[in-house]
Write a protein that binds this ligand. Structure first.
Ligand code: TXA
Ligand code: MG
Length: 306
């Protein structure tokens, strides 16, 4: 569907997905404050894990309500926004950016896109919009309207045609969590960043850094055991579907709905942990669709993956 800005805004409000044209690549957008909407993004992309997403906002003022800006952030925003720069900063308001959008991190990636259609949509919507590139996982990022539609058109409620993307390369990502780091190369180069702030860490030789190692991932204090069908009495049981367990139960999804389970995953882990159990036992979750990413996160919580 070739939709208008008004249709896209309505779709966002309803928790549906949109195609968001930006100056870098077409994004697959959803409201950042709604975990069910964000779960649809991972579902549509077929991503095997919940990596943190970029939150797009209309301007610096709005970004400042979401993240904690230090002097470096202010200078970089002034120099490069609106434009193809994403800043990773401490999250200020987790109500505006749900846990699933941040993959449970205490940081948030924010960018103000320059594309006039993106600007129009974000301004009219008024809230933050997560938007990874609109391709299916493992495929090239779409830079033309028709490519975006071909990749993920079946999953979106509104596709807005913004013409061909001018840049065709994803935004530069700079982390300001502690030492400044150039995390993802883009059209705004390392020396562009260095012309504005001091102390950009020289991590070129360290190769790819996973966001998990840069900032703290939420991990429960209680040990987590997965694939449990016979939970012991002293555990909190994280169920997926109906259970006759007599002890404390936290449901991922009574209806065995993977989207609901994805949306609830981080809050369910916190809720279970808050009860200070001897351990958190998690029911088996099927591997299909969003199940793969849910299981990946659960395995990390259980200490199987780094
Ligand atoms: O140009 C772009 O940035 C496009 C358009 C649509 O705006 N979006 C995009 O999003 O490329 P995505 O989800 O494909 O890329 C997100 C990048 C990843 O490299 C991710 O690891 C990083 O941002 N990122 C997001 N949140 C982070 C965080 N809290 N800490 C560290 N890295 C983060
Ligand atoms: Mg991508």
């Amino acid at each position: 569907m070739n939709a208008t800005v008004a249709q896209a805004v309505l779709a966002l409000e309803r928790g549906e997905l949109i195609h968001l044209p930006t100056e870098t690549v077409y994004g697959l957008g959803a409201r950042a404050d709604d975990p069910q909407a964000v779960a649809k993004v991972f579902e549509a992309k077929g991503r095997p894990r919940f990596n943190p997403l970029i939150v797009h906002v209309a301007d610096v003022a709005q970004a400042e309500t979401i993240a904690v800006f230090d002097a470096r952030a202010q200078k970089l925003a002034e120099a490069f926004w609106p434009g193809p720069l994403t800043l990773v900063m401490p999250v200020k308001d987790t109500g505006q950016v749900c846990d699933l959008a941040r993959a449970g991190l205490d940081s948030v990636a924010v960018r103000v896109p320059a594309h006039p259609v993106a600007q129009e949509i974000l301004r009219a919507f008024g809230g933050g919009v997560v938007a990874p590139s609109a391709n299916r996982s493992g495929r090239p990022s779409p830079t033309r309207f028709k490519d975006a539609v071909e990749e993920t058109g079946a999953f979106v409620a509104a596709s807005v045609d913004g013409g061909d993307c001018q840049m065709g390369l994803e935004s530069t990502v700079v982390s300001l969590m502690g030492e400044a780091r150039y995390l993802r190369a883009g059209l705004i180069t390392r020396s562009d960043i260095e012309s504005v702030i001091d102390g950009l860490a020289d991590d070129a030789s360290e190769g790819h850094r996973s966001p998990g190692r840069l900032t703290r991932h939420y991990a429960p204090d209680a040990p987590v055991v997965i694939n449990v069908t016979e939970p012991p009495v002293d555990c909190v049981y994280m169920a997926f579907g109906p259970t006759d367990f007599d002890g404390v139960v936290v449901q991922l999804s009574e209806a065995r709905d993977l989207r609901e389970a994805a949306a609830r995953l981080f809050s369910a882990l916190r809720e279970a942990d808050a009860k200070k159990p001897a351990r958190i036992c998690v029911a088996p979750v099927p591997e299909d669709g969003l199940g793969e990413a849910i299981n990946d996160r659960l395995k990390r919580a259980a200490g199987f993956v780094g």
